[in-house]
Design a protein around this ligand. Structure first.
Ligand code: IPD
Ligand code: CA
Ligand code: CA
Length: 267
């Protein structure tokens, strides 16, 4: 019998192939709200994933971003982002992915992030490690923020209510850089495989984080909120890091939350 993660990987690959087909045709987009895009590729990918999950696991609950899931009362809960990085996709900026996570009784047990542009399949199962195209992956050993490369993101919705620009500024001034590539699940997968040392963001949704956070943990890293408290997929923010940097990043974030600035704004 195939494992959850194998089946989720096959489904993500099929959904990713459909997204690539839309990318070749350069389709247009619609607005869900001001600056919040959705495309036919999001909806088609979601239809594929939800239908396949229903075929394999008819009793499982499925939460999917574009609303195609079901509210079943199973102890198994899937989290589906059919196209993470829609704004990138709609502009032809090649950083987007399919993200599928699974929790059992509230604990993350399987996660898949598939990048169809690079044909990179990130997979993790609780207790079994994390893999990129079947090869084991590991977080970095970086222990000083000064030596780090990190990533963050900004929501498309209610951007004016987001305080992340202060966090971005402080981190950009005291490290090798902060990337903002526009696909949260890829950012998390990159922490897991050591391309980034840590990632944080405000106001993500469960489907953005479920798979990626399991990848980070299974690669030896830590996934909490930005104050270091246990991660809540419905919570206000997330921090995923290599473990070695955790205490230093939580301390710096604590200062920024308190209104202190290590690096003053330029005059
Ligand atoms: C978005 C991306 C982006 C993040 C936003 C998310 P979507 O997801 O992950 O990187 O900054 O907060 O909403 O809408 O493209 O699936
Ligand atoms: Ca997303
Ligand atoms: Ca999405």
């Amino acid at each position: 019998m195939k494992s959850f993660v194998e089946i989720a990987g096959e489904i993500a690959r099929e959904a990713g192939a459909s997204i690539s087909e839309f990318a070749r045709r350069r389709i247009g987009f619609e607005l869900k709200g001001a600056y919040d895009l959705v495309t036919e590729a999001d909806r088609t990918s979601e239809r594929i994933i939800v239908e396949r999950l229903r075929q394999h696991f008819p009793t499982h609950a499925v939460m999917a971003e574009e609303g195609g899931g079901n509210d079943g009362s199973s102890e198994y809960q899937w989290y589906v982002d059919p196209l993470d990085g829609t704004t990138n996709f709609a502009h032809g900026f090649p950083v987007y992915n399919v993200s599928i996570g699974l929790a059992r009784a509230g604990e993350l047990i399987a996660g898949v992030v598939y990048d169809p542009t690079r044909d990179e399949m990130f997979q993790a199962e609780a207790g079994s490690g994390a893999f990129l195209n079947q090869q084991p992956i590991r977080v970095t050993p970086t222990a000083r923020i000064d030596d780090s490369l990190s990533a963050t993101g900004f929501p498309s919705r209610k951007r004016h209510q987001n305080i992340n620009i202060y966090f971005y500024y402080q981190l950009a001034m005291t490290s090798h850089g902060v990337r903002r590539a526009g696909a949260a699940a890829i950012d998390l997968a990159y922490v897991a495989c050591g391309r980034l040392d840590f990632f944080w963001e405000f106001q993500l949704k469960p489907w953005d984080m479920a798979a990626g956070c399991l990848l980070v943990r299974e690669a030896g890293g830590v996934c909490t909120d930005m104050r270091g408290a246990p991660l809540d997929l419905n919570g206000p923010h997330v921090l995923a890091d290599n473990g070695a940097l955790h205490a230093a990043v939580v301390e710096l974030f604590g200062e920024i939350f308190a209104g202190k600035q290590r690096e003053p704004l330029p005059q």
